[in-house]
Design a protein around this ligand. Sequence first.
Ligand code: ZN
Length: 101
Amino acid sequence: MPKESKISTPDWIKEGYDSPAEYAKAKGKKVAQKKSIGKTFKVRICPKCKSDKVQVVLNGEEGKGSGEWECKNCKWKGRNTDEKELSEDQFLEYLDKEDEE
Ligand SMILES: [Zn+2]
């Protein structure tokens, strides 16, 4: 017979903590935390004019990897776009805007 056949009391109760979270804190463990409300999304923007009207352009050469980016606003072309962070609301607005075109 195994020694501990009964359901054992969780350590945090045995040691007198109020919650598993407190127990974990006292033990120095990281408690899984909810992600903060400020969820952000990254979108690519043109490094020149900061417009988000950047699109990838394929060079037509197969096997040459990814193409370049082109800004529809100022005609900038290149491989390195900038990024900006949007909040969820801003991101949804951004998607709406994209749909209109
Ligand atoms: Zn641009």
